[in-house]
Design a protein around this ligand. Sequence first.
Ligand code: GLV
Ligand code: MN
Ligand code: MN
Ligand code: MN
Length: 411
Amino acid sequence: MIPNLQINAQRLWDSLMETAKIGGTPKGGVSRLTLTDTDRQVRDWLKSECESLGCTVTVDDVGNMFAVRPGRRSDLPPIAIGSHLDTQPTGGKFDGILGVLGGLEVLKTLQGTGYETNAPLMLVNWTNEEGSRFAPAMLGSGVYAGVFDRTYADSREDRQGVTFGEAIEAIGYRGDAKAGSIKFGAMFELHIEQGPILEQEGKVIGIVQGVQGMRWYEVNLTGREAHTGSTPMHLRRDALVGAARLLDRIEAIALEHGPSAVGSVGLIEVQPNSRNVVPGHVFFTVDFRHPEDAVLDLMEQKFFAAVEEAARKGDLGVERRKIWESPAVKFDAGCIAAVRRAAEATGCTARDIISGAGHDAAYTARVAPTTMIFVPCVGGLSHNEEESTSFEECAAGVQVLLGAVLDYDRH
Ligand code: GLV
Ligand code: MN
Ligand code: MN
Ligand code: MN
């Protein structure tokens, strides 16, 4: 039997609405890019909440934050709960932070009832999950799990040329602990689904089986700047026309491997970006995802061939590189079973699901048994200021998170 403790849904909701003001946008979303001053403010807020619960907060050298509530047995490794506080430039109020504030609500519920777990509990905020300001995504959890080293993380630059290392020093969140040295025995991450499946099927809980594979690429196309009025079409080397051909091809490649394949160009920079200059240079990013790595291999081959073809056709210089690859991940059966029992105990409707989005859990799964819990979001919409999840569904997700942690703690 999982102990019957009730989380405080109103307290959880109030904390979501309060933190949404940090970086809050006029359209009701949140813009809290990683390692900016708004990120510092929400980190400071979290730290003081954890400290007022009596938890010790430690920060590692890539800014990951760990707050520990001791258990009955200090010989057991902690059970980690959490997610990320950073957002997209036009993000919502739930992506990431629901998992952190849900974890905080779990700690508050236990504190309020004086409930002692066997293992310590550890609330985690991972640095730079989004990968929007500094690519790749999941950088903090990636250094933690040994996928990247700290020098690599420090060297990553935003589009203004500020490095991750400079940004972390600037907000004062370079901790003393070496990333990876703060161990835990399991990790549960609560998150909104960011897709339409739970809502369409009328289910409240997604029992997450794994995360699909992801690959990120960067492309530079170089042609020649020229006058748009006086340069005949056959004499142009238009970098943007080359990029347009590739954009079209990227969509086609994803459709050829559908319905699970997705391909996107989210960032494009054109130079000199003047209406009467033939574009001489284009930089753009590519994001391919699919649950099977073998399919991603095929998509990659087709994409690389398309880049060569577009360069040849437009007489363009080309530079392309894969900057990140996160293979498909399967979560831990023991953690999944704990979530399933917790969902049953709370009487929530549930279904198994694969994550289309990337999550820190994909990297913690390399070093500790891990799984995730999803709740629906309205219209499946995320990475959008309108992103929204109901009061009841947020509460249900945190109730299942609490149940899963207590269940795991007793096994
Ligand atoms: C980040 O949120 C991602 O899934 O790419
Ligand atoms: Mn997220
Ligand atoms: Mn996100
Ligand atoms: Mn993500």
